[in-house]
Design a protein. Structure first.
Length: 97
């Protein structure tokens, strides 16, 4: 399954309800799982980003749909990066010729 690393920032709305962040995560986790994905890791961070996640999705379209659904709550802005494990990177290098 494709893997994604996402860096999140809370919006003003998200900061105002920061006490709900764990509950929002639980709801997001259920959403991801209902779409066939899995959040491997979530970390709340200090610095330029408020949260970091590593998640797997069945395909890019599903990952993008979930990202849009989470963004539509108004609590988050995100930067998402497609990530590759060692086996996938080996395959990519093999295609370089």
């Amino acid at each position: 399954m494709p893997k994604y690393v996402t860096l999140y920032n809370w919006t003003d709305q998200g900061v105002k309800s920061a006490k709900d962040t764990v509950n929002r995560y639980q709801a997001a986790k259920q959403l991801v799982e209902s779409k066939g994905g899995k959040i491997e890791t979530i970390l709340w961070t200090v610095g330029p980003y408020d949260l970091v996640t590593v998640a797997d999705f069945p395909d890019d379209e599903t990952g993008t749909a979930v990202a849009l659904m989470l963004a539509s709550t108004g609590n988050l802005r995100s930067t998402t990066m497609r990530a590759f494990d060692e086996g996938e990177m080996t395959g990519i290098i093999g295609k370089m010729g």
